[in-house]
Design a binder for this molecule. Structure first.
Ligand code: ADP
Ligand code: MG
Length: 662
């Protein structure tokens, strides 16, 4: 026979706001291995406080507690949790079974904190047989009577073959018949070698014990050992204390993580509506991230396509300084280009694909009694394809019409609207600066470029414009198509050099300028970038809102599940176990919300592109991003509730476990 527990002058004071309650005021007691002890006393005398300290759920403020000679006060929190798992078993007045699990899962629950491999179903059924419930293994706690639930709780307390059983009013919620049943089981366990420490305030229950300790106002007032009830010497479970303590448990060891995932799924499913609502937030967030990013990408691609059609490898050579564009009108300050310049530039074969002369001026157009002032463009043959101005209605000029200075015109849609209204302009005769022209086509609509209406234009052959209408013998500019966008800079300097040579200009003469489309390109891409960013941030905001929803739910569930947390701690869960459990739950919710969100987002993009004809482009990056983001959301917003759950010291969870104590 050996000393198992020893308390030396133990004090415990609770702080409730400003006032203090002295629950234990100097308790010294020794309990031998194999004893069956009943702790009695009136309500509030400190019985539960004492049992909490003995069961390693609380630590004394003052005084020592030696367990097999080891001072508990100096043990780390996780070590104490390990001892609760391997050395102690707990039975509570309210049973504290987890309602969402069947009784086999309830009984084997302590094993997920034991770090021992295996499913322990067989062992759980064995313990259930021990308490006479082998025929009920598929039942859930709700389907059992109070007495049966307490028997399940005893089976759970036995699953780790503990050395000591702690029971706080184990029959407090049961009728006489069921109480007797429970006590018979405890008595038998004692006879088989378990040390039992039980709190009760009923004399009939205490009568089963071999030793009765009576408390009053936080001190022991009597301690009686019944004669003829010596402690049993045998120890159940085989292992001695040191062997049990030696066991170290790692968080990732032996499929524990798998167990947490399984439990998280159970917890999520246990509250279907609530989980669904919190998942909904993430779902909407992720779906909009995917759809919006697809839209943004699609818009970008569409714009790039459009830019290509506008001619991203076009150069425009104009007379006048680039710095004072349009203002450099002084004679001699502006280079005057000729058709020879055009053919010389076109002869730069490796760099230049096409070159055409352009002349600009103003035109007064008259049709019937209507007249309209517009800009007049004299265009060479290749201008139509280079500027995407070949009419879809009507036709472009022929080479011959350009050579013979034909009086034919292509009108922009604004001009059509102003002069012709709804009637067909094709074949009609208009006057341009008092000269008769035949309309042969309508230029494709281009919309506005900045403040300028690109459709308020009349295009006529460049020769006709120069010699018949505007009276100029030089070109306003030359339009050049470079063979590839990569060669733009090279082409620019080659053309610049050529013009300087031909016009005998010095290097610092600023009488002409060459412009390319990179400006427009940059502007467009920055616009689409801004748009993507905007869409993305809207979606990100909805994800954050979804995350806050998850946090909300998790906080509620932490508060609601203090009993569950308290119970888990009592059966050996460490801080990290609780934290991981809640994190897995929140990440599980965000990931599943994210997953269906991705599917829905892709679906929405497809529907948009199909019905609205919008360009969409779902990128792998957005899918990966959304998945990662939803997981991070789960961790980030789950962390605080999980920490809160883990912070529950058993001491504060214990009142929750005894919410309606007597
Ligand atoms: P018993 O189990 O004998 O009824 P307890 O040990 O539960 O008594 O309580 C002893 C005293 O300590 C009571 O006055 C009780 O109100 C107080 N007490 C117990 N637990 C707490 C707690 N967690 N916080 C504050 N006061 C407590
Ligand atoms: Mg009590």
């Amino acid at each position: 026979m050996s000393t198992m527990l020893e308390l030396v002058d133990v004090h415990r004071t609770y702080l409730i706001g400003e006032s203090t309650v002295q629950a234990l005021r100097g308790v010294s007691v020794t309990i031998e291995q194999g004893e069956f002890v009943a702790i009695m006393g009136p309500s509030g005398s400190g019985k539960s406080s004492l049992l909490q300290i003995l069961g390693l759920l609380d630590t004394p403020d003052k005084g020592d507690y030696l367990l097999f000679g080891h001072n508990v006060n100096t043990m780390k929190e996780d070590e104490q949790a390990g001892l609760r798992n391997t050395v102690a078993g707990f039975v509570f007045q309210q049973f504290h079974l987890l309602k969402r699990m069947n009784i086999v899962d309830n009984v084997r629950l302590p094993h997920i904190y034991s770090g021992i491999k295996g499913d322990f179903r067989k062992e759980a059924i064995e313990r259930l047989t021990l308490v006479g419930l082998e025929h009920r293994i598929d039942h859930t706690p709700n389907q059992l009577s109070g007495g049966e639930q307490q028997r399940v709780a005893i089976a759970r307390a036995l699953i780790r073959d503990p050395m000591i059983l702690f029971a706080d009013e184990p029959t407090g919620n049961l009728d006489t018949k069921n109480s007797a049943e429970i006590m018979k089981i405890l008595k038998r366990l004692h006879e088989e070698g378990k040390t039992i420490i039980m709190v009760t305030h009923e004399t009939e229950i205490a009568a089963y014990a071999g030793r009765v300790i009576t408390m009053r106002d936080g001190v022991i007032v009597s301690d009686e050992r019944k004669s003829g009830t010596e402690p049993f010497a045998t120890v159940a479970g085989g292992l001695n204390f040191d062997e049990r303590v030696a066991k170290k448990v790692s968080l990732w060891q032996d499929g524990r993580f798998k167990g947490f995932i399984f439990q998280a799924i159970q917890a999520i499913l246990a509250n279907k509506l609530r989980s669904f609502l919190s998942v909904l937030g993430i779902f909407v967030g992720v779906a909009s991230v995917i759809a919006m990013m697809a839209l943004g990408e699609g818009a970008k691609a569409a714009m790039q396509e459009q830019l290509k059609s506008m001619g991203s490898n076009m150069l425009s050579i104009r007379g006048g300084s680039a710095k004072i564009r349009g203002a450099a009108q002084g004679a001699g300050a502006v280079a005057r280009f000729t058709f020879t310049d055009v053919s010389d530039i076109a002869a730069l074969r490796t760099l230049v694909k096409n070159a055409t002369g352009v002349v600009n001026g103003g035109g007064r157009i008259v049709y019937g009694n209507k007249n309209w002032s517009t800009s007049l463009t004299g265009a060479g043959f290749d201008y139509g394809t280079m500027r995407a101005s070949v009419p879809l209605v009507g036709r472009w000029f022929t080479q011959e019409e350009i050579q013979t200075r034909a009086k034919v015109a292509i009108v922009g849609v604004t001009v059509v609207k102003e002069l012709f209204g709804n009637s067909n302009p094709l074949g009609k005769t208009i006057k341009i600066n008092r000269i008769n022209f035949k309309v042969i086509g309508i230029a494709p609509a281009k919309g506005f470029s900045g403040p300028q209406d690109e459709d308020d234009v009349v295009i006529i052959p460049v020769t006709t414009a120069m010699y018949r209408v505007l009276g100029k013998d030089y070109l306003s500019g030359i339009l050049v198509e470079v063979t590839s966008p990569a060669l733009i800079d090279q082409a620019k300097s080659a053309i610049s050099e050529l013009i300087r040579k031909r016009h005998r200009l010095k290097d610092d003469d600023d009488t002409f300028n060459i412009r390319d489309m990179t400006e427009i390109q940059q502007m467009l891409s920055s616009t689409t970038q801004t748009m993507s960013l905007l869409l993305g941030s809207i979606a990100a905001i909805s994800l954050v809102v979804g995350g806050i929803g998850i946090m909300n739910i998790m906080l509620v569930s932490v508060t609601e599940r203090t009993r569950e947390i308290g119970l888990r701690k009592a059966i050996g869960a460490r801080k990290s176990d609780i934290m991981l459990q809640f994190l897995v739950e929140s990440v599980g919710m965000t990931i599943s919300g994210g997953f269906i969100g991705i599917l829905a987002g892709i679906g929405i993009s497809l529907i948009l592109s199909f019905f609205a004809g919008w360009a969409v482009k779902t990128s792998l990056i957005s899918v990966v991003l959304a998945t990662a983001f939803s997981a991070v959301t789960g961790i980030f917003f789950g962390l605080w509730p999980a920490r809160k759950a883990a912070q529950w010291v058993p001491r504060s969870a214990w009142p929750a476990l005894h919410a309606d104590r007597s």
